[in-house]
Design a protein around this ligand. Structure first.
Ligand code: SD4
Length: 289
């Protein structure tokens, strides 16, 4: 396997992959890289689908989902977490400091506070205004690509060629209170296996969950598919069974050789890669013509 570090992320996330790359250069570790990459949109109030400034649910609560996985098969996740700026780091703490994989809601918050995370209001004036505007009609839309969908999913290879993956989101804008998507689901939004590589997902989480997309992609790669072929096969799995015309799902995959692939149902998905210190945004191929 290649030991050239690389980090890739869903959507246009140059600042995120650059921060992740710098971190890998410092510590050598893919896990540190994906965590540092997620921090950037989590703290950015202009980013309306992740962390601070994320659009709230229909009742006005910003609720966060995140997960992280390392090359040893360790995994941690938080769901339905409120009031914490960096849910990815709480997910990492679940992985490293508890015997569990997933903590949810009030319990996840209690754990975060016990670990020294600070509670704060993540609803900005801007996201509150967007919610108030939405409330006038309260149209419950699950269609994706209507608003920008910028959940960050990340995959990286560290200096010893080890794989890690992460995902962080505030989920679907104006979702039902209590709704949890794919982003904290190990095997859904993120999966990695150091024998093969990793995969991550964005888009309408319900369909990623119903097909366990990231797990599926890693298994396809294990059977010999390239990252690109595996992403396409996982999108086909959705397209065959569901009314795919009405929503978006995008997948990214990275294998241990540093080869990557991306595919989505609809036009408009892109991803960011940093390799050799150089950052590029690349448009993904897509199914619907
Ligand atoms: C979710 N998959 O909660 C997330 C949303 C997303 O870009 O990817 N947005 O369903």
């Amino acid at each position: 396997p290649s030991s050239e570090p690389i980090i890739i992320a869903t959507w246009k996330n140059e600042a995120g992959t650059k921060a992740g790359w710098d971190k890998i250069m410092q510590t050598g570790k893919a896990l540190d890289g994906v965590e540092a990459g997620a921090w950037v949109p989590e703290a950015n109030p202009e980013e309306t689908t992740v962390g601070y400034g994320g659009y709230p649910d229909r009742d006005g609560h910003v609720t966060l989902d995140a997960c992280i996985m390392d090359h040893l098969g360790n995994a941690g996740s938080v769901t339905f977490l409120e009031g914490i700026m960096h849910p990815i780091s709480v997910a990492r703490a679940v992985m490293e400091k508890t015997p569990h994989v997933m903590l949810s809601g009030a319990g996840a918050l209690q754990f975060a506070l016990s670990q020294g995370f600070k509670q704060q209001n993540l609803l900005t004036e801007k996201s509150k205004k967007a919610w108030e505007a939405w409330k006038k009609e309260s149209k419950y839309e699950t269609k994706v690509n209507i608003e920008r969908h910028d959940t960050i999913g990340l995959l990286a290879l560290g200096k010893s060629g080890e794989i890690a993956g992460a995902c962080s989101t505030s989920g679907m804008a104006f979702k039902m209170h209590g709704r949890v998507g794919d982003s904290p689901i190990i095997g859904g939004a993120v999966f990695c296996d150091d024998e093969v590589g990793g995969a991550c997902a964005t888009g309408l989480g319900e369909f990623v969950m119903k097909t366990l997309g990231s797990f599926l992609i890693v298994e396809f790669m294990r059977q010999g598919m390239s990252p690109q072929q595996a992403c396409e096969a996982a999108i086909m799995r959705i397209v065959k069974r569901y009314k795919y015309q009405e929503f978006q799902v995008g997948y990214l995959a990275l294998n241990k050789k540093g080869e990557y692939g991306a595919y989505s149902i609809q036009k408009g998905f892109n991803f960011t890669i940093t390799k050799n210190g150089v950052t590029q945004v690349i448009e993904s191929g897509y199914y619907m013509s």
